[in-house]
Design a protein around this ligand. Structure first.
Ligand SMILES: O=P(O)(O)OC[C@H]1O[C@H](OP(=O)(O)OP(=O)(O)O)[C@H](O)[C@@H]1O
Ligand SMILES: O=c1cc[nH]c(=O)[nH]1
Length: 469
């Protein structure tokens, strides 16, 4: 069996179910676009990883959150509870408190919750209301919450509002049987809150159970992960924490676009980047270190090709279970800079067919395709699209559109870059969500001339020696 990623393990593990990504309505899309447009990345803050934990009352959400917090002890983690955002009860509601439905979505001040979350995402401290369960009102002082690496949003109805859901990088639903939840609730409310059994059961049948069926259970479909048995499910918690650690180590854009892969940085890689970005570096050194980096990107990109299991017999007579390289491949370089990546691809894939696309820069925003030569059977191949620079994304969109017009499947395209501007990543990933982008570094952005910054100048000129020096 080949080695598996944490994501694959999570998908296959017993007791953890992924229900995949869900497309929401257009209003939520607009909200998601707004979130991305104001993302902490672009404003220079490190965007927190937001985890939503939902489930019925007494399902074990708190235990799950506590275990995640404990295991992420070396990260700054903050827990924000939906219960803090209960509306204060009016005097009239207080007079009939037993008739008040605390399990209804309208019991929560979701606008205030959204406002707090917006600020935390932007790296600002917030005052979270300090709701008092005895007086049914928020009391002072409010709880000061500082910006953190991870924010856990916990609550029975935390998946109810699509705008709150859109803020989450991971949604967990704690799924515990109804009888276990009821037994826990009886114990908790009689022992800890001093309520009598009849009151607890009355509240359960009047509010808790109908709210679970009508509002909480229907949000289970939004979960990325469903954890049976709550805090008792140690395997699930371990896998979730490992996944969060992986995500925290990634660039923020990778949290938004699961098909964007930034190769793991080392001091060697940063050293190579330092050299090729230095305007004083000679053409000879520029080529040498670009080639080293390109080779790494190409090898990483090849790792995303499909594979088949293969067994061989080693010289000791043992069976080695490995994999077979994918056969139906081709490279397509975007002339001219993309041609600098062809040698590395040929060095890795003997005899690979390489086609070309020419998209000259006309002004800065309106590239036009003027030449292409693609393998005739390209529709049946996995395509490694080569271009060291992803800037505005205009060239990439033209090139990928041409590949699709020629029958290539979007999911069979791996776009290889040395450096990528966030603007280009947004453009390409939104338009072609099924392609993969592999890059060695994400840039700060573009300047007024649509050049990548910090960037490395005109790559083609520096690599092919046509710069002025
Ligand atoms: O994402 P974009 O804003 O479209 O910019 C990226 C394009 O710019 C560079 O090519 P350039 O036009 O400089 O041509 P060259 O490769 O021939 O030097 C690069 O190789 C990409 O093709
Ligand atoms: O004040 C509150 C809040 C939630 N549930 C209750 O029973 N009371």
């Amino acid at each position: 069996m080949g080695s598996k990623s944490v994501d694959e393990l999570l998908e296959n593990s017993v007791g953890v179910h992924f229900s995949g990504f869900h497309v929401d309505d257009s209003e939520v899309r607009k909200f998601e676009d707004k979130l991305q447009a104001t993302s902490a990345t672009e404003n220079g803050y490190k965007e927190p990883f937001v985890i939503g934990v939902a489930g019925g009352a007494a399902a074990g959400k708190t235990a799950v959150c506590d275990m995640i917090i404990q295991q992420l002890h070396d990260q700054r983690v903050v827990l924000v509870n939906q219960e803090s955002f209960y509306y204060d009860l009016t005097e009239e509601e207080l007079d009939h408190v037993h008739e008040y439905n605390f399990d209804h979505p309208d019991a929560f001040d979701t606008e205030k919750l959204l406002c707090c979350m917006e600020k935390l995402r932007r790296g600002l401290a917030v005052d979270v209301p300090n709701y008092d369960f005895k007086s049914h009102k928020s009391k002072l002082p409010a709880r000061k919450v500082n910006p953190s690496d991870v924010i856990i949003l916990e609550g029975i109805l935390i998946f109810h509002d699509p705008r709150v859901r859109a803020m989450m990088n991971m949604k967990i639903f704690v799924d515990t049987d109804a009888d276990v939840r009821l037994a826990r609730r009886i114990r908790r409310d009689t022992e800890e809150k001093g309520r009598d059994l009849k009151t607890v059961l009355d509240q359960y049948s009047t509010f808790v159970k109908p709210a679970f069926d009508d509002f909480i259970l229907p949000t289970k479909k939004y979960a990325d992960i469903i954890i049976p048995r709550g805090g008792d499910n140690h395997v699930a918690i371990d896998l979730i924490v490992e996944h969060i650690r992986t995500k925290l180590g990634q660039h923020n854009l990778c949290k938004i676009y699961p098909n964007l892969y930034v190769i793991h940085s080392t001091f060697q890689i940063r050293g190579m980047h330092t050299l090729i970005r230095d305007a004083k570096t000679t053409t000879h050194d520029f080529i040498f270190y670009s080639d080293r980096l390109i080779r790494l990107v190409v090898e990483h990109g090849l790792g995303h090709l499909p594979f088949k299991e293969k067994q061989v017999i080693t010289p000791t007579g043992s069976v080695y279970t490995g994999v077979e390289f994918c056969k139906r491949l081709c490279g397509i370089s975007i002339i001219r800079s993309g041609e600098s990546m062809e040698n590395a691809l040929r060095a890795c894939c003997k005899g690979i067919k390489i086609g070309k696309i020419l998209i000259p820069r006309k002004g800065d925003n309106g590239q036009q395709l003027i030449y292409h030569n693609l393998p005739k059977d390209i529709a049946n191949r996995n395509v490694l699209l080569l271009d060291p620079i992803l800037g505005t994304g205009n060239s990439a969109v033209q090139a990928i559109s041409l590949l699709l017009e020629n029958g290539v499947q979007e999911c069979n395209i791996i776009f290889l870059n040395l450096i990528s501007a966030p603007q280009g990543v947004h453009v390409v990933c939104k338009r072609f969500p099924r392609i993969k982008i592999v890059t060695s570094e994400i840039e700060f952005g573009l300047n007024e001339d649509f050049r990548v910054v910090p960037g490395m100048g005109e790559f083609g000129d520096r690599y092919f020696g046509t710069d002025d020096d």
